[in-house]
Ligand binder design. Structure first.
Ligand code: FAD
Length: 384
């Protein structure tokens, strides 16, 4: 793997950094306090090309590579994880999955709008009773003529109240328990009998629209099914494997922001007659953050490189997601420590970084689930 970025990738990184510094970072603390990112950011993300970055050009995307995608998600994550998540879900989990599994009609119908930001996507897998054991989901889709009628509920859905389309997973064959009886659907979010309720009181990602969805007999045409009947779990897992790369990249952004904040504060704050950067134990905290940033970034770039070369990448994606998410929590916590008492108030960024980082070890597969996936790949034995 060549660690030198191409000119195009450097340009994408510059663009993402300038966009984040202009449109995201200055507002992140206010959005966090207000519990809502300014929705105008969606159109801006579409206009700059980030919502269609890796979608083929013929469907309105930029046809970019995954390393470029990792660079963009890192920069956005450095500014505000709530904004980074909008892109990771709408592009990474929804648009990319429509591009990979969709019929020509589904691609023409949804992709140009998702890429431009005219429409936003959300990913409806988790339910109130099923998270890690997603294959046990109970939402039902019953065939009635040339339609399916869907009933059930979904929990913790990122972009949930903002989205125009839900990539929804439901059981089409109740006689087949587990992953084989599940199918995927593209459900318009304004469908009658679909209600959405925002989840409040989150520890972090407070600006992000996280929702609970209730489906009470939502009727969609049979043509709304994404991928073959009974293959919905494969659709979900293919989306999440790539999604883990963008979560990892977002975590690199958090860790980098933690490093920036810790270095800046350590250079200014004086104790015992000199800047605290002169104290060796403060340098140790900063060195630990720095190592986490580098290691997490390298693991993330390896996944992007494997995807771009068409090589298997699932275990490497779990490895990067596991390491980078735990590293982001450590880095943010270390940065808070460097700030002393001031790290504990929201005038400084370390507290928000820590709160936002904390969910990264939970969603898109908890750290325990990533370890089981890596363990299964190494031993050939499934512990599920
Ligand atoms: P559980 O599965 O109940 O796990 C509880 C604990 O048990 C965890 O520590 C877990 O690691 C452990 N555990 C479970 N099974 C095992 C096992 N076999 N071995 C060892 N340990 C185990 N979901 C979506 O579908 N779409 C989204 O957009 C989305 N966005 C989210 C946004 C936020 C802010 C949050 C908090 C969650 C989001 N989720 C989303 C849901 C997320 O993916 C789940 O919360 C996650 O998969 C964990 O499921 P759970 O919360 O039910 O925990």
């Amino acid at each position: 793997m060549n660690l030198e970025l191409s000119e195009e990738q450097e340009a994408v990184r510059r663009l993402a950094r300038a966009f984040t510094e202009r449109e995201v970072s200055p507002y992140a603390a206010d959005w966090d306090r207000a519990e809502s990112v300014d929705r105008a950011i969606v159109k801006k993300l579409g206009d700059v090309g980030f919502l269609g970055l890796t979608v083929p050009e013929e469907y309105g995307g930029s046809g970019g590579d995954h390393l470029s995608y990792a660079l963009v998600t890192e920069e956005l994550g450095r500014g505000d994880s709530a904004v980074r998540g909008i892109v990771s879900v709408s592009l990474g989990l929804v648009a990319k999955t429509v591009a990979a599994w969709g019929t020509e009609e589904q691609k023409r119908s949804w992709l140009p709008r998702l890429c431009s930001g005219e429409a936003l996507g959300c990913f409806g897998l988790t339910e109130p009773g099923t998270g890690s054991d997603a294959a046990a989901l109970t939402t039902r889709a019953v065939r009635e003529g040339d339609a399916y009628v869907i009933t059930g509920s979904k929990m913790f859905i990122t972009n949930g109240t903002w989205a125009d389309v839900v990539l929804l997973f439901a059981r089409t064959d109740p006689a087949t328990p587990g992953h084989r009886g599940i199918s995927a659907f593209l459900v318009p979010a304004d469908a009658p009998a679909l209600t959405r309720r925002e989840v409040h009181g989150k520890l972090g990602l407070r600006g992000q629209a996280t929702a609970e969805l209730a489906l009470d007999g939502v009727r969609v045409p049979a043509s709304a099914m994404l991928g073959p009947e009974g293959k919905g779990f494969s659709v979900a897992m293919s989306a999440l494997a790539k999604g883990r790369m963008s979560v990892a990249a977002g975590c690199v952004g958090i860790a980098q922001a933690a490093l920036d904040a810790a270095v800046s504060y350590a250079g200014q704050r004086e104790q015992f007659g000199k800047p605290i950067a002169h104290h060796q134990l403060v340098q140790e905290l900063i060195a630990d953050i720095s190592v986490d940033v580098d290691a997490a970034r390298l693991l993330t770039w390896r996944v992007a490189d494997l995807i771009d070369r068409g090589r298997p990448f699932a275990t490497e994606a779990s490895t990067a997601k596991l390491f980078a998410s735990e590293a982001a929590v450590r880095a943010a916590s270390n940065a808070l420590q460097v700030h002393g008492g001031y790290g504990y108030i929201d005038e400084y960024p370390a507290g928000k970084l820590l709160r936002d980082a904390r969910v990264m070890t939970l969603y898109e597969g908890t750290s325990q689930i990533q370890k089981l996936l890596i363990g299964r790949a190494r031993t050939g034995v499934s512990a599920f």
